[in-house]
Design a protein around this ligand. Sequence first.
Ligand code: BEZ
Length: 190
Amino acid sequence: MNKDARATPVRATSAGAPAWIFGYGSLIWRPDFPFIAQRPALLRGWRRRFWQASPDHRGVPDAPGRVVTLVEEAGAHCWGMAFLTAATEREAILAALDIREQNGYEREEVMVALEGKDTVSALTYIAGPANPSFVGPAPLQDMATQIARSHGPSGANRDYLRELAANLSRLDIEDEEIMNLSRAVEALRA
Ligand code: BEZ
């Protein structure tokens, strides 16, 4: 795991919403909110999946891209990044994230194990199977073709996947599905 992410000791003590926010997608490399510390963190029982359509960020309504959500799966796990936020800033941070992740994502409270030892309560955003943009699984090559072609207001879908794969590698996080998808998209460009 990346050394810088472990460097600062953290102390989480405050009332109200959990002090930690758990990111497993673009929050890993672009949290865009102030935080006191960050830690690689493990969420058990969930898997990161490219199963959410993106008609607003990495695609358009007529040609949506695909972005990640979390899908519950016994025995699975998902490594991501937990960010410790200050009580005084939390309300503004969550209000901004609610807007950024508005297409089907809901705030959920989960327990994550911080790299090292502590288990903490954290907020995360999950787009569940009942939301209208949940598209579920597809063959790898079909997902790769969709991602390679899609562009939206936040940029190319392939750049989102490339950033995710690069940041998981940087943090020594293994995610075979993401790496396979990333290779399949890059192969389409070659
Ligand atoms: C995340 O990084 O955790 C995330 C980003 C976008 C939507 C949902 C979650």
